[in-house]
Write a protein that binds this ligand. Sequence first.
Ligand code: URA
Ligand code: SF4
Length: 230
Amino acid sequence: MHDGQGYDATPFLPGRRARLPGLRKAAAECHGCPLYQDATQTVFGEGDADARVLLLGEQPGDQEDRQGRPFVGPAGRVLDRALSDAGIDPGRAYVTNAVKHFKFTIPEGRKRRMHKAPNLREMTACRPWLVAELSVVSPEVVVALGATAGKALLGPRFRVAEQRGTLLPWPGLDGGDEGIGGLVATIHPSAVLRADDREAVYDGLVADLRVVADVLGDGDGRGRSGVAAR
Ligand code: URA
Ligand code: SF4
């Protein structure tokens, strides 16, 4: 789109010194890939700019698209409850998505917009926004919620079932993320809502988030595992 090869948000990013409000404002105008065309608005990340934990989802859902805020729909309610149950204050986290616009289809004869997973080109296009957020927030731990988030950080070979619930080394993105201590992957909270055995799936989510709580430790800024103490 911009480099002749593919989609890319880079031309829409403000200068490297931009803080979250400047990033959010610029992202509202992003045309880095075609997803802005059908969505209502950009849904930028939200939360504590000094958060010790950054939670990464896939893309805004229907409610998020309407309200312009991440994780305010049903999946967000599951996430907030699971964070609290794991001992992490949702109000002190930063939440964002791998892709900042809602991608959907409307099945024939239906009115409801159905979520559609973003493809690699769209994820790659949107990545500069995530890199900028990671650089500003500089969390100790990043939590990848589901397959798309995991792939956005660890590449296409990522598998939730195999890599969830343990502290993984930070893969290192495109600079500005040197202080990040590690990554914990888990399921997407919407998987709880789709599951037959909701309780078991929910408990698994909470167990994975407890690993995060453990890394954050007792608030000494380093965490019990010492992983962020580099
Ligand atoms: N699902 C996501 O991945 N992100 C949101 O913001 C909402 C639902
Ligand atoms: Fe820009 Fe990302 Fe939206 Fe595509 S999805 S238009 S790259 S903000």
